[in-house]
Write a protein that binds this ligand. Structure first.
Ligand code: KG4
Ligand code: ZN
Length: 341
């Protein structure tokens, strides 16, 4: 089954075609980062308007690259939530209408389920059941996954998501938006051990997270070491390093707990922060200690993309699920409410 995937939940227009027989046929991504950079964060109205401009031309481009005509598509999947309501509505309207015009089924996909299944696009995909650590700009969640749609929330962030914390620390350090990759790059020059930041909520039981205290700790450290509002380059790098280590260390402690709690041997990480090399390294070590295995998607499928939506939609369409003719989005949508296939 050939399925077109449309991702427009935030500031990236991601389009792809996934074929259940041949795998991923083509994918492309347009990032609006430059549009939002001067505001230091995503402006929802600007995001919606840009998705309107980009979605159809990118659909044409991807069909071209896949070497197929629109008439050869057998389904359309679009992100229906969670995300920015206007941005979601653009993808849902275009996706739902295209499917209606072509006379094929459509399906609204949960964005975090898309992230969660992105490692399935790799040549050596994980097998169910596993524990998933979802770390994106909006979510930090530990989930027990027994199959597609069989999700048990083990823990989640009570305040900022891990990616959000990276972005806010990036802003404090004067780095461009989104901060995550820039903080990671700066941390490469940092010395480990000069600063020791707290690992929030690790000395009490449970699998929930909290990153806002760590963020305040970083803010105070920056203020303490600044002179006339300026930080020395090396100090900024050392702070980035200590922050990255604190986030990865905290996530690793909770992942290990989740693995021990569930008795499972497989951990997958997904979402934008799973592109972080230090986090991958720390979690590889954690899983080696428990004789388990870590899986993640290739870099371009860690952050928002159309391939994960095409893949997820394809699995649900193959199972006979499909959307009605209405255009529905859910800006807030719990992963646990999804149906099993
Ligand atoms: O999954 P994603 O693309 O969008 C959401 O669903 O939110 O995640 C974006 C987040 C941003 O907060 C970004 O700063 C972060 O992922 N991110 C990273 C890295 N690459 C992206 N954080 C840390 N290190 C990275 N290399
Ligand atoms: Zn995302």
């Amino acid at each position: 089954m050939k399925v077109l995937g449309i991702e427009t939940s935030c500031d990236e227009t991601g389009i792809a075609v996934y074929d259940s027989d041949a795998g991923l046929l083509a994918d492309c991504l347009y990032s609006q980062a430059d549009i939002h950079a001067k505001y230091g964060g995503v402006i929802p109205e600007l995001a919606s308007r840009d998705h309107i401009r980009k979605t159809l031309p990118l659909v044409k481009q991807v069909l071209n690259e896949a070497g197929i005509k629109a008439e050869e598509l057998e389904g359309v999947a679009y992100t229906a939530g969670p995300g920015l309501v206007g941005a979601l509505l653009v993808g849902a309207s275009i996706g739902r209408s295209l499917a209606m015009g072509l006379g094929i089924p459509a399906i609204g996909v949960h964005h975090m389920e898309g992230h969660l299944l992105a490692p399935m696009l790799e040549p050596d995909p994980p097998e169910f059941p596993f524990v998933a650590l979802l770390v994106s700009g909006g979510h930090t969640q530990l989930v027990r996954v027994d199959g597609i749609g069989q999700y048990e929330m083990l823990g989640e962030s009570l305040d900022d998501a891990a990616g959000e914390a990276f972005d806010k620390v990036g802003k404090m350090l004067g780095l461009p938006y989104p901060g995550g990759p820039h903080v990671a790059k700066l941390a490469l020059q940092g010395n480990s051990g000069r600063f020791e930041f707290p690992r929030p909520m690790t000395n009490r039981p449970g699998l929930d997270f909290s990153f806002s205290g760590l963020k305040t700790f970083v803010r105070n450290t920056i203020a303490e070491h600044s002179s006339e509002g300026e930080l020395e380059e090396q100090t900024a790098s050392d702070i980035a390093k200590a922050f990255e280590e604190a986030v990865a260390g905290t996530l690793a402690i909770k992942c290990r707990r989740a693995i021990e709690h569930t008795g499972l041997e497989t951990l997958i990480i997904a979402g934008g922060v799973s592109a972080n090399l230090h986090l991958r390294e720390v979690l590889e070590n954690t899983m080696a200690k428990v004789n388990g295995r870590l899986y993640y998607a290739q870099f371009k499928f860690c952050t928002d993309n159309g391939a994960m939506i095409a893949y997820t939609g394809c699995q649900r369409l193959l199972a006979g699920q499909e959307a009605d003719l209405g255009i529905h989005v859910q800006p807030r949508w719990s992963l646990e409410t999804l149906s099993a296939i």
